[in-house]
Design a protein around this ligand. Structure first.
Ligand code: F6R
Length: 577
């Protein structure tokens, strides 16, 4: 986060970093230009401290909240980093991949390093370039081509009334105020002040003063439009909920409805409406949404879908052709971005499904469909997952003959119904477990993967999602009364075989929590805890079962006193490969 303008910078940056903390939260730091470069850095979370940085003076400043890549989280490795003379301060997101070579050369030239980070090399390189160029912008323009990897950089220097911002493969947006500018990784902290945004492109270097911004790509000056962001400041607040995650779970009926409404036959690009085959690339929860899509599209329209982890695709990509869909809430996930670039290299038509306007993935894809989930702050994906499914289900509907229109337009009502469900019995079983299995068949198999991901991510209980029929091929050895199984068993073709699987698990001592259709006595009779879901279309039962599993993970994590919104070791946007 950076600020330049007419107000004191430090308090604005502190508040901004609190809002950006979901991107990384192991340490933080701020630098302002006051009496020289004034610096304050700490291990830990800015939101846990009563830190105001009030002693840092000056109307120009930069700050950072870190997710460690190079060097453990401590005060010294926290950003900003400075040069030998403490005249230049820099914050950096991303990774400088050639930092080791650069560092070796800089040490040979007499530079002294304080931290273990890759970032510090940039501070020393700019120090050298500034000495010869005597101009901060030119110095950064000289240094940027030497850096390999990904970076969003903000740089300030003693005695220079500017912030220099540089971007390559890591997001950076400028907020345009009245006699002031903001710079941040996304708009969340900027919305307090302005809705006017300039999204920097790869290779851009911006020279920002309180009243002007000049943007260069390399050395050529370029124009970037000022765009209006339609997220409101209210969307970024907790609104009386104990956690952002719970608020976001409760926003799902609206997120689903808005996302369904946003997609019409016309908004779906022509190549996507009639594909011979589709490849999907994504990570984490977005990958699970892709797997649900695969089951549903293949079943409804008999169109083959290939699904790959984006992190594998770049290195082991198949001979792909046709349409490639990248799914990403943030629109910044480095692996998904590279996979889509790879697909473009194969002349495939690329479609991005993302939540964040102006995000990098939306900019490189041939076509983008935006989810209408609004800002998602909690690290665990919830409403974005439901919004992804809304769009993917709409695509299926438009590839087919429109038979799901009514179903999708009313799906939010069933989601509303499950929000208030009492899960206390299931939570009690889970909170005491060492390990939990989640199982399902067909599209409920990816639902089980998503349920287990949510559980392990926020409760720290080991959990695994399995295709229900696979448990007997090995994992049965782990079943015991300390290992609950959460089974999703909805009516349909696999109902009978699911009941048999559940009985096999029960016979091995595992307590079973089952999600089934309300009124299903056969199922409720064989399981320990029965969670009744509304009787609706199978597409919507996918949604309701996901929501119940999110709530199960949430309440289990709360019962265990976990840090629900900021689970340990994680960050919301993973902009490194
Ligand atoms: C899990 C979660 C992650 C993300 C993954 C991809 O709750 O949030 O698994 O789904 O990091 O992120 P996006 O969708 O931003 O590409």
């Amino acid at each position: 986060m950076g600020y330049i303008g007419r107000r004191e910078a430090a308090p604005i940056i502190v508040e901004g970093l609190k809002k950006l903390e979901y991107r990384g939260y192991d340490s933080f730091g701020i630098a302002t230009i006051g009496n020289g470069i004034e610096l304050d850095k700490h291990q830990g979370r800015i939101s846990d401290s009563s830190h105001s940085a009030g002693h840092l003076k000056g109307k120009i400043g930069i700050g950072h909240t870190r997710w460690a890549t190079h060097g453990v989280p401590n005060d010294i490795n926290a950003h900003p980093h400075t040069d030998c003379l403490n005249q230049i301060a820099i914050v950096h997101n991303g990774i400088i991949e050639n930092y080791a070579d650069l560092k070796r050369e800089l040490i040979l030239r007499g530079h002294t390093f304080r931290s273990e980070t890759d970032t510090e090399v940039a501070a020393h390189l700019i120090e050298e370039a500034y000495e010869s160029e005597k101009d901060l912008l030119s110095a950064v323009q000289n240094v940027v081509p030497k850096l390999k990897g990904s970076f969003a950089l903000l740089i300030i220097s003693k005695g220079v009334d500017q912030i220099i911002a540089a971007r390559y493969a890591s997001p950076l947006v400028l907020g345009v105020g009245d006699g002031e500018f903001f710079a941040a990784s996304d708009m969340t902290p900027i919305l307090d002040y302005t809705e006017r945004a300039i999204y920097l492109e790869d290779g851009d270097i911006a020279c920002i003063t309180p009243v002007t911004v000049e943007i260069f790509n390399g050395k050529n000056q370029v124009q970037r439009p000022v765009e209006l962001v339609d997220w409101s400041i209210e969307d970024t607040r907790k609104g009386g909920f104990a956690h952002y995650m719970l608020k976001e779970i409760y926003e799902q009926p609206q997120a689903f409805y808005n996302s369904v409404r946003a997609i019409t036959r016309e908004t779906i690009p022509a190549p996507i409406r009639n594909p011979e085959s589709v490849t999907v690339v994504a990570c984490g929860s977005s990958y699970h949404a892709g797997l649900i899509f695969k089951y549903l599209l293949e079943d409804s329209c008999a169109i083959p879908v290939r699904l790959d982890f984006a992190s594998e695709f770049k290195y082991f990509s198949p001979p792909i052709k046709g349409v490639v869909i990248g799914i990403s809430q943030s629109g910044e996930t480095a692996d998904t971005l590279s996979a889509l670039k790879q697909a473009k290299g194969h002349n495939c038509t690329t479609l991005a499904i993302v939540n964040v306007l102006g995000s990098t993935i939306s900019r490189i894809a041939d076509f983008t469909l935006f989810m209408r989930a609004g800002p998602e702050i909690s690290v665990a994906a919830t409403k974005s997952f439901i919004a992804q499914l809304a769009i993917l289900m709409q695509i299926i509907d438009f590839i087919g003959d429109g038979e799901y229109e009514e179903v999708l337009l009313s799906g939010h009502r069933a989601i509303e119904e499950v929000l208030l469900m009492d899960l206390s019995g299931a939570v009690e079983l889970c909170r005491n477990a060492n390990s939990i299995f989640f199982v399902g068949r067909g599209p409920f198999y990816p639902v089980s993967l998503e349920g287990s991901l949510k559980m392990k991510e926020i409760s720290y209980i080991h959990a695994e999602g399995y295709a229900a029929g696979e448990l007997k091929h090995g994992p049965f050895a782990l079943l015991s009364k300390e290992t609950p199984v959460v089974a999703i068993c909805m009516p349909g073709e696999t109902y009978g075989v699911m009941i048999s699987n559940i009985k096999e698990m029960k016979a091995r001592g595992a307590p079973v929590i089952a999600l089934g259709e309300q009124g299903d006595l056969e199922l409720s009779d064989v399981v320990d805890i029965f969670i009744p879901l509304p009787e609706t279309h199978p597409f919507i039962q996918v949604l309701t079962s996901v929501v119940v599993l999110q709530l199960l993970a949430y309440h289990t994590a709360v019962a265990l006193n976990r840090d629900v919104d900021k689970p340990k070791n994680l960050a919301k946007s993973v902009t490194v490969e």
